[in-house]
Design a protein around this ligand. Sequence first.
Ligand SMILES: C[S@@+](CC[C@H](N)C(=O)[O-])C[C@H]1O[C@@H](n2cnc3c(N)ncnc32)[C@H](O)[C@@H]1O
Length: 461
Amino acid sequence: MAIATKTVKRPTQLRLPIIPENSGESVLNEKDAVFTDPNFSSNKTLPIHRWVPWIAGFSSGFVKSALNGYLKKKGTVLDTFCGVGTTIVEATLGGHNAIGFEINPYAALASRVKANAYHLDLNEFASAIEDFRRFYKKMATSNYEPQSAPPQGFKTRALFYNPLVLHKVLTVQDFVLSIEDDNLRDLFRLAFASTMVSYSNYSYEPSLGRRVSAGREEIHDFPVAKAITDKLFDMMEDITWMQEKMERNNLEVQIINDSFFNCSNHLSPDSIDLVITSPPYLNNYHYNRNTRPQLYWLGYAHSPDDLKKIENMNFGKFWQTVRDLDRLDLSFALPNTDIGERLQTLRTLNNEKGTYGGNGWANYAAAYFNDCHRFAEGIHYVLKCGGTALVVIGNSILQGVMIPTDEYFGKIAESVGLELVKIDIPRATRVGNSIIQSDVRVGKAKLHHQLYEAVVVLRKS
Ligand SMILES: C[S@@+](CC[C@H](N)C(=O)[O-])C[C@H]1O[C@@H](n2cnc3c(N)ncnc32)[C@H](O)[C@@H]1O
């Protein structure tokens, strides 16, 4: 598609929230540092961060305070599990080089598009939006038959889109496919992918399920093009803000769509100044299953095998994949902790429930901590001497047994040669988005057990 250059007409009044330079969150010194709440929800209204909602992402304020406190000079920041790029965006806004690993191609796309937004030509973007509006208006008033088709392998129990909505979605796909410039096309793909569930018969509760099961009505018709155009306008507004805010520079930004466990294939040892990250928690939240619609519609998955491949790379495995094993044990020794006893206690609980009993959950916890061990080794490999890693991690309650993941992870990190500087707990009660809160498990939890999120601070000396 030919894209003519013209002046950007800013489509809406700028209504960006004003972010104070330091947000009152700067860290005084490492020992006294008190982190802000790492929860993602505050990102939902912030420029760039608001583009793609992501369960269990963390807040930009947290990342900003971490950068202020732990990186005095310009350096290289790594997010080992970068999700939709909160760390990457904040690091580049702060003038640092940034690297992110992410196995989910949809999340990796989001991180990449955000990271590249700084270089985008806004005039071309504005033209493409205008072209889209014109194309869509014309097609909507004719008997247009879209050439695109729904992704073949994408099967859902209920109809994902009702016919009127589907027709509109396919019309949008026709336009998106016609965009020749890769960067512009990716912006449109992301605008579609980040809104696509909102006009489907599914919703996030927080796992993806049928709207009717959550007491909501099906969606028979919807202003699809408007939803996408609104998103595109938000993006344009935010990129304008970003380009005004950032000094021109040649920052190096790299999003690696691979497992962090393969870090030695991509990064040199001792190359990172600061790691800011949050691995999946021990709560079985299935990022890949919950992004099935985006993975299929964006062309990253064509069959269940494609999802399986991503699932197999996932940090900590999933309960469903290890619960039937006779016994999965820790692959490392951790003297002076009760991790072995705690997993053994869990293993003996509710055995009458067979595969749903304690043994399956102990297998899951062991698989999780085995990956914590590989993760800690990876941090040790990439960090420069004197470098720091800040790891946000939530605890867990399995079959009523509290698993202090933060403490165990800290000990594991020590066992691979990292220094455990401290563990901060900025938020004592984690609510809402953890499926661990389901009746099955929380109902059994002892009253004094609370879900919390901790920041584990590690250093390589
Ligand atoms: C808690 S989320 C991180 C969210 C991120 N902090 C943000 O603000 O968007 C964890 C992420 O780790 C990714 N992930 C899981 N296993 C991984 C692995 N082995 N290597 C890289 N990423 C992985 C998941 O797909 C998920 O996006």
